[in-house]
Write a protein that binds this ligand. Structure first.
Ligand SMILES: NC(=O)c1ccc[n+]([C@@H]2O[C@H](COP(=O)([O-])OP(=O)(O)OC[C@H]3O[C@@H](n4cnc5c(N)ncnc54)[C@H](O)[C@@H]3O)[C@@H](O)[C@H]2O)c1
Ligand SMILES: [Zn+2]
Length: 378
């Protein structure tokens, strides 16, 4: 036989559906019947332990809601998953989800329902993606960060080898249900943390949103839902648009604007043994990148001041003792370069709504930026 090359493009149509409701478990049932339509057989659910502590009757409510809205589905088990980063510590909890699919006969026509913060959605999502090579996932994000960023994404994963999201998968959720009421029990630190991703996306893409965040920061900090909701939803919309229309949903290229501020954030999370929450780490990462951009002559000092001021107004940190000495932090640049597949590409803000990728980050600019942050700390 002569040698041969067979080459074709393959595209798989994928739907990305998101519902925004006031109260998903007590009243807004229509979202469930729409979200679960087309699924059948068995399903299982995993609820964040923090959410369950705040909403003790949630498992029973979920049983009732699935029964009422999706007669073609049987919710076989509702299990708990430790909230926050502990559920992403290695494969253990993701594997529990995959095992539950086999124990309860959940097929690729059924689903895993995950209710919780970004960490639980990541671990449960990865478990679902491993079972039968992909059981549909229904995400119910319960933090500001999960609603305004992570639940819109097409990624899941867990931490391993002392590195953030070292193991994971790409794939869109079958449905995302964002419920306003569930946010009311979120601890303040995590309520505030989600707005760092809103600041990030506003800096990258939307100067009007940035101005609105500046105007409403005190109200957001005071947990005024009327001020917060439009910002959560706008952030989610911009993240979603970027993923769906940006041309690279599975991050095969090296251009990753949504990773603005994240090289340092991920490093700081790991250096702190996951004690610094993702949202707070991103706030520090955004502040650091703004200072680096100014050191490199890419961003006016006045805009840097505006960014630091907004983060402070939102009750977010811009400094951490682990940033110094900078050697350990700088190792994060090398990890980020490897993660990107060879060439470093860091998106730096040049003015509100605009950014530029830099392929080099001089150590002296990082050192100077860390000193600026230490002086600005509140
Ligand atoms: N997959 C992605 O695209 C993506 C994007 C961004 C972030 N993430 C990941 O998301 C994680 C951070 O998620 P997060 O900021 O949502 O926080 P989290 O999941 O770490 O949760 C924070 C804490 O809040 C508790 N909690 C959650 N919702 C609650 C509620 N409604 N009431 C009471 N307590 C509640 C949890 O139990 C936990 O203790 C990180 O692991 C990050 O890497 C993933
Ligand atoms: Zn993030």
């Amino acid at each position: 036989m002569p040698p041969a090359t067979w080459r074709s493009d393959l595209s798989v149509p994928t739907r990305h559906s998101v519902w925004w409701v006031a109260d998903a478990l007590h009243g807004d049932g229509a979202c469930w019947s729409e979200a679960l339509a087309g699924l059948e057989g068995s399903c299982v659910a995993f609820i964040d332990s923090g959410v369950l502590a705040a909403w003790p009757g949630l498992a029973e409510r979920l049983h009732a809601v699935v029964k009422q809205t999706a007669p073609h589905l049987t919710l076989c088990a509702v299990d708990t998953m430790p909230g926050g980063e502990p559920c992403k510590d290695g494969l253990h909890h993701a594997e529990r989800v995959a095992r539950a699919c086999f124990d309860h006969g959940v097929s690729r026509r059924g689903c895993v329902i995950a209710i919780g913060g970004g960490a639980v959605l990541d671990a449960a999502g990865f478990g679902a993606s491993m079972a039968h090579r992909g059981v549909p996932l229904v995400r119910v994000p319960t933090t500001t960060l999960a609603q305004d960023d992570s639940a819109m994404g097409v990624k899941s994963g867990v931490n391993a080898f002392n590195q953030k999201n070292a193991l994971g998968a790409f794939g869109a959720a079958h449905a995302v249900i964002c419920c306003e009421r569930l946010l009311t029990t979120l601890p303040l630190e995590h309520w505030l943390g989600g707005f760092s991703e809103a600041v990030k996306i506003a800096l990258l893409k939307d100067p009007d949103m940035l101005a609105q965040l500046e105007r409403t920061a005190p109200a957001i900090r005071a947990r005024d839902m009327h001020a917060a909701q439009p910002m959560i939803r706008r952030s989610a919309e911009l993240h979603r648009e970027h993923i769906l229309r940006g041309g690279d949903p599975f991050e095969q290229g090296s251009a990753r604007p949504l990773d603005h501020g994240h090289w340092a954030a991920h490093r700081l999370e790991a250096m702190s043994a996951w004690q610094v929450p993702h949202g707070q780490a991103v706030a520090i990462g955004i502040a650091l990148d703004a200072c680096i951009a100014t050191e490199m002559g890419m961003l006016e000092p006045a805009i840097r001041e505006r960014i630091l001021h907004l983060l402070h107004a939102l009750g977010l940190p811009t400094n951490h003792s682990l940033l110094q000495p900078v050697d350990r932090l700088l190792a994060g640049l090398e990890q980020f370069r490897q993660h990107l597949g060879g060439r470093l590409a860091i998106p730096l803000i040049t003015r509100p709504g605009s950014f530029q990728e830099t392929h080099q980050m001089p150590a002296n600019a990082v050192t100077a930026a860390v000193s600026v942050l230490a002086r600005h700390a509140v």
